[in-house]
Ligand binder design. Structure first.
Ligand SMILES: [Zn+2]
Length: 310
């Protein structure tokens, strides 16, 4: 990549296709993506010259990770009604275009992280996407595709996926259950979706109502173990904000400070271990989109602080 950034700039990936219109009242807060970018620019967390636009993932890239039949069904708009029920909305060309942009964004964030230590996609974290089917608002599993694309190109060998979204990354766990090169680590709420959890390499299903102290103890005690076991070339961090106490779907009770401490602890540990981190946005659900977008910028603020602390 020929572009050079100031040491302290945070590389940010954004595509205009990230924000599309869903039917009114749908639970998925699609407008949050462009609001996040606006807040980050207004607050000077990122500058215009550190924003990168990804190429949407193509069929070949998606097929490196997902089953070909499934990708064909999605591209030809042939998901049946039971598949769409699992997904949580009706699929159409615009939604597929958006999902492809988000996967391309995570691939680009990973490449940028390898060059600049930390990079963030302002979408991604579709961790319920399975190899052969969609689920829980997730069509393609962007992190799984990014890992497999970079491995195929011999850019990385081993990866650690740290999933801190309140929902367990069941799709991601499925992709890598028999893959010794990819270590999956998840802290989630045991009583949140999905009902049937899949097995990650390290899973921590915390009880409903867990607050900052217990959550952060769990993270700080176990993440160093995961890093030591995984010995990764890169970390993918799903920084979903749905563990927050005000989240509409999440059942953990993290405060604003708790979320910031979570992200700072994680990024700081990776930085000290000299492991690049590609951050993806993950989930967050609220009727107040401004407040939600603000919450999502926690990871970007933490990333900038860690980059500047060097
Ligand atoms: Zn979630």
């Amino acid at each position: 990549m020929s572009i050079s950034l100031k040491q302290t700039s945070l590389p940010l990936v954004f595509h205009p296709d990230y924000t599309i219109t869903l039917p009114k009242g749908h639970r998925f807060p699609m407008e949050k993506y462009s609001k996040i970018l606006q807040i980050l620019l207004n607050d000077g967390v990122v500058s215009k010259d550190s924003i990168f636009t990804p190429k949407p993932a193509n069929r070949n890239e998606l097929c490196i990770a997902h089953n070909k039949d499934y990708i064909d069904a999605v591209f030809n708009n042939k998901l049946d009604s039971s598949a769409e029920r699992l997904l949580g909305f009706k699929c159409n060309k615009t939604i597929v275009k958006r999902a492809r942009a988000a996967v391309g964004g995570t691939i680009l964030a990973a490449r940028l992280a390898l060059k600049y230590q930390i990079a963030c996609n302002t979408a991604g974290g579709s961790h319920h996407g399975h190899p052969g089917h969609a689920a829980g608002f997730c069509i393609f599993n962007d992190v799984a595709v990014a890992v497999k694309v970079l491995q195929k190109q011999s850019i990385i060998h081993k990866a650690l996926i740290i999933d801190l979204d309140v929902h367990q990354g069941d799709g991601t766990a499925c992709f890598f259950s028999c893959d010794p090169t990819v270590f999956t680590f998840s802290i989630h709420c045991e009583t949140n979706y999905p009902d049937k959890k899949k097995r990650s390499d390290m899973d921590f299903g915390l009880p409903q109502g867990t607050g900052d102290d217990t959550y952060l103890d769990c993270l700080r005690k176990n993440l160093p173990i995961a890093i030591s076991k995984a010995q990764p070339d890169i970390v993918f961090l799903n920084a979903g904000v749905d563990p927050h106490i005000d989240d509409k779907l999440g059942k953990l009770n993290l405060s604003n400070n708790g979320l910031l401490a979570r992200d700072l602890s994680t990024l700081d540990l990776c930085q000290k271990s000299k492991i690049p981190v590609a951050c993806v946005l993950g989930g967050g659900y609220s009727d107040d989109l401004n407040e939600l977008a603000q919450k999502h910028t926690t990871i970007h603020r933490a990333a900038k602080m860690v980059l500047n602390s060097e």
